[in-house]
Design a protein around this ligand. Structure first.
Ligand code: CTP
Length: 424
């Protein structure tokens, strides 16, 4: 099939984008013409528009200077900008929209895994430096060319053929993050990586070790943000890509089920990064777990969750014991990271352990005495450790359901503190 004509693309732009954003793009295109420059939408948004999918981010490319353009657009639209010098890009925030503006550029890689060095170029240069043909299309938003599709690399044909195709043989070696990206697109759209790119992926995957921790972690953030991250992870495992990060990592049907269960527990796009990460690491031993925390330079909260699961797994035998009182469960689990407990509740195969972990998360950890220290002092007891001990004893009884009202707590406190009430 032929690529859609300009009218169809304008129609898709109008129907696919909020009115204000569409107007903003038209106006920005006109403004660029006045500057003697051409402006384009490029990358993922063009791909999504052609697939009739809702676009997420807007990436604009100007054959000219992105910084001065972004500054002028921010003035015209009363927006805010952040400028990035390294790649001459700018982020423009206008009326709730976030738009990236970049100068059309050529790129060169000094060594595999490095960030590229850049120099100004044409829109075609800019499309040629990109990862896959399906991401290497642009739509002009300038003047009489408004709505014209620029597709020098056969991106539309590959969208139709459902292919993820790299643009040059060194692509995965230059930028090993593209290995993860290829897998994500393949799984997200149900496309295919053909034999030739798969062989290049196989060759390039050794360079994953040259990626910085932050770049590698970002790839996991992107995978976890997919609607079904388990599909990309299973494929990454099958292609031995996960093995390049840690030989101990496994991702098969078991992990896939845990990921689905995590989505069942949260709304689909709201599963915390740390929970997915903990489930990915669940089968790892303590040492491999710690290595992965370091390799990905996990932020403190996620590191706490991931290291928490190793320690929690050691508590599982205790949690299987018969006749555990709610307070026993509470004291065993208090102090553990709740997301680590959630990960264990999802992944642990023992029904009773699962039930007890969930009981802790949903009920026990929220149980506190109704009375506080101040209440006991108001009853005439002197401040001191005895009050703290009494409150702990009340909490234990509440956990086990043997006191439930303020009156019962007060009676219990009187019994417990009878020796510490000062003489009246
Ligand atoms: N890009 C690239 N190589 C990379 C990362 C990005 O060539 N390693 C290019 C691609 O053309 C991509 C664009 O930069 O389309 C924007 O990158 P990003 O926002 O990460 O991707 P999107 O295509 O918007 O994809 P997604 O839908 O996953 O957000």
């Amino acid at each position: 099939m032929k690529p859609p004509n300009t009218e169809t693309i304008i129609y898709r732009l109008k129907s696919g984008l909020p009115d204000e954003l569409h107007r903003l793009l038209e106006q920005a295109g006109r403004h660029c013409l006045k500057r003697g420059e051409s402006l384009y939408i490029a990358g993922g948004m063009v791909r999504d528009l052609l697939l009739c999918l809702p676009g997420k981010d807007i990436d604009l490319v100007v054959e000219g200077d992105s910084h001065s353009l972004a500054i002028e657009l921010a003035r015209i639209f009363d927006g805010e900008i952040t400028l990035h010098e390294q790649f001459r890009t700018a982020k423009l925030s206008v009326g709730g929209f976030s738009i990236d503006v970049a100068t059309a550029r050529k790129e060169a890689y000094s060594h595999p895994g490095a960030l590229p060095t850049v120099q100004a170029g044409t829109i075609e240069d800019d499309l040629r430096r990109r990862d896959f043909s399906i991401n290497s299309m642009a739509i002009s938003v300038s003047g009489e060319n408004y709505g014209r599709l620029i597709d020098p690399l056969g991106g539309f044909a590959d969208l139709e053929g459902r292919l993820v195709r790299i643009l040059h043989p060194a692509s995965f070696t230059d930028d090993p993050t593209r290995i993860f990206r290829a897998i994500r697109y393949e799984q997200r759209f149900g496309f295919q990586l053909q034999t030739a790119p798969l062989k290049l992926l196989e060759k390039g995957k050794g360079n994953i070790s040259s990626l910085s921790a932050d770049r590698l972690r970002y790839e996991f953030e992107c995978i976890f943000a997919e609607q079904a991250p388990e599909m990309a992870l299973a494929r990454a495992y099958q292609l031995s890509v996960l093995g390049e990060i840690s030989e101990a990592l496994i991702f098969d049907k078991t992990e896939a089920k845990w990921f689905e269960a995590a989505r069942g527990a949260y709304s689909p796009q709201a599963v915390p990064f740390a929970l997915y990460m903990a489930l990915l690491n669940y089968r790892l031993g303590n040492e491999d777990n710690n290595k992965l925390i370091k390799r990905l330079n996990l932020p403190a909260d996620a590191a706490k969750t991931v290291s928490g699961i190793s320690r929690l797994k050691q508590k599982q035998d205790d949690l299987k014991k018969a006749d555990m009182r709610p307070s026993d469960i509470y004291y065993l689990l208090a102090g553990f990271d709740p997301l680590a407990i959630k990960a264990c509740a999802i992944a642990c195969p023992h029904h009773i352990v699962k039930k007890r972990l969930e009981l802790y998360l949903t009920e026990l950890r929220h149980i506190r005495p109704i009375l506080g220290g101040e209440d006991l002092i108001r009853l005439g007891y002197s401040p001191g450790p005895a009050i703290g001990q009494a409150l702990l004893a009340i909490q234990e009884k509440r956990l086990n359901g043997s006191v439930s009202s303020r009156q019962q707590e007060t009676e219990l406190a009187r019994n417990l503190l009878q020796d510490s009430k000062p003489e009246q």
